[in-house]
Design a protein around this ligand. Structure first.
Ligand code: FAD
Ligand code: DHB
Length: 392
């Protein structure tokens, strides 16, 4: 027999978007149930994003989720951009904006969110199957199966935080939404290595392809290199990977690299994808469920947090102040920020990568973009603002 539960907001997806939303709603006295398809250990084992915008850190701090971040995170006041054979552009975020980036892994953030969820005693069903949000225009309910038991959750609202293959997004009739898609003809090999990272956050464009040197903690390095989209992780031994790093990184930075065995490798495809609107009746979408950006610029996780910030504010106004205006405007509000991030990620991806088959004119124009950045402080100021993120 189906077991019936009731809550205010059903949250589908227990990634950073879903868990942060549940946390914020809890603080506003709004009940939620999170439904996550994978096991908790699978979710906590995923290694993904790592650079937080200043506004993201503000949201986490206001939510009381910054204790670990304050202990472990590494502040990144400058970003270095290398372009084969040219002077390196050192973009001083702090000088231009008074703000900076913070290196703090998505894995650590997700652990914090699950721990606080446990402490608050909120409900979460993980390792579930056959999740179906239904009747989203009138009286929403969501059905799913866990351990052979069928459940039904009745709620006022459903929020789809279920990532790039979102079931929630696909319940919105095709004729009511619009999609924009771009698949990039390469991927990133992502490597985590248990060695001290380069002090710099370094993006490099080399004739062979892109390179990014980042970090998780003072002892944990995160690197990314552009690879053909058909490559498999098995094609990349540690030796091949480190040799690639040294070829693509300007020689003056070589002494900053500490090599060592990798502890995780994966290949990430690059894609821009946006689905509008982010609402359908009583269903709202947040995070990767509505939009994917290529990781150049580190916007994916930050957008998930800004969506949730706006959505929480809107649900709080609707529940606690009987004012539905912000909820009605949520899609529009969130999308303004989404499109800025899509734009930045796209431009940085174009400038910093090598496109198979690109014409010499295209290559020259992209190089010219980089030269203009090097020459013009006004362009640097605008880029710095976009990198640290718009104010929420
Ligand atoms: P997710 O983290 O994808 O969470 C969605 C959750 O929903 C998952 O736990 C999933 O299991 C669950 N789910 C899915 N379907 C269902 C269902 N039907 N029912 C219930 N639950 C469901 N961004 C950056 O900024 N920098 C990076 O370096 C970077 N690297 C990345 C590497 C990889 C391999 C990937 C996939 C993404 C990367 N991103 C990066 C993007 C960033 O991690 C995402 O933007 C961020 O995870 C978005 O959070 P989310 O909660 O919206 O989605
Ligand atoms: C990281 C990822 C990014 O996509 C990026 O642009 C900068 C840093 C990271 O994982 O550390």
């Amino acid at each position: 027999m189906t077991q019936i539960l009731k809550t205010d907001v059903t949250i589908i997806g227990g990634g950073p978007a879903g868990m942060l939303l549940s946390h914020l709603l809890g603080k506003s006295g709004i009940k939620s149930i999170v439904i996550e398809r994978k096991t908790r250990s699978h979710v906590l084992g995923r290694i993904r994003a790592g650079m937080l915008e200043a506004g993201t850190v503000d949201v986490l701090r206001q939510a009381g989720l910054a204790d670990r971040l304050d202990r472990e995170a590494v502040v990144q006041e400058k970003v270095h951009y290398g372009y084969e054979g040219k002077e390196t552009l050192v973009l001083d975020l702090k000088a231009f904006t008074g703000r900076w980036l913070t290196a703090f892994g998505q894995t650590a953030l997700t652990e914090e969110l699950y721990d606080s969820h446990d402490r608050a005693g909120r409900q979460l069903f993980d390792d579930v199957s056959d999740v179906r949000p239904q009747d989203l225009l009138l009286k929403p309910f969501t059905t799913f199966t866990k351990n052979g038991q069928r459940y039904r959750v009745d709620s006022e609202f459903v929020v789809g935080c279920d990532g790039s293959y979102s079931v929630c997004r696909n319940t919105i009739p095709k004729n009511l939404r619009r999609e924009w898609v771009r698949e990039y003809p390469f991927g990133w090999l992502a490597v985590l290595a248990d060695v001290p990272p380069m002090p710099q956050l370094f993006y490099a464009r080399h004739s062979e392809g892109f390179l990014l040197a980042s970090k998780r903690t003072p002892q944990l390095s995160r690197y990314y290199v552009q690879v053909p989209v058909k490559d498999a992780v098995e094609d990349w031994s540690d030796d091949r990977f480190w040799k690639t790093i040294f070829r693509r990184l300007p020689k003056t930075y070589h002494s900053h690299v500490t090599t060592g065995p990798s502890i995780e490798k994966s290949i990430v495809p690059l894609r821009s994808y946006i689905s509008e609107p982010m609402q359908y009746g009583r269903l709202f979408l947040a995070g990767d469920a509505a939009h994917i950006v290529p990781p150049t610029g580190a916007k994916g996780l930050n957008l998930a947090v800004s969506d949730v910030y706006y959505l929480h504010r809107a649900l709080d106004a609707a529940y606690n102040h009987k004012d539905p205006t912000m909820l009605e405007e949520y899609s529009q509000t969130a999308l303004r920020r989404v499109w800025s991030a899509v734009n930045l990620s796209w431009r940085l991806t174009e400038i910093m990568h090598v496109f198979p088959g690109e014409s010499s004119l295209e290559a020259k124009l992209l190089e010219n973009e980089f030269d203009l950045l090097l020459e013009r402080p006004c362009k640097q100021a605008a880029l710095a603002q976009e990198i640290v993120g718009l104010h929420l």
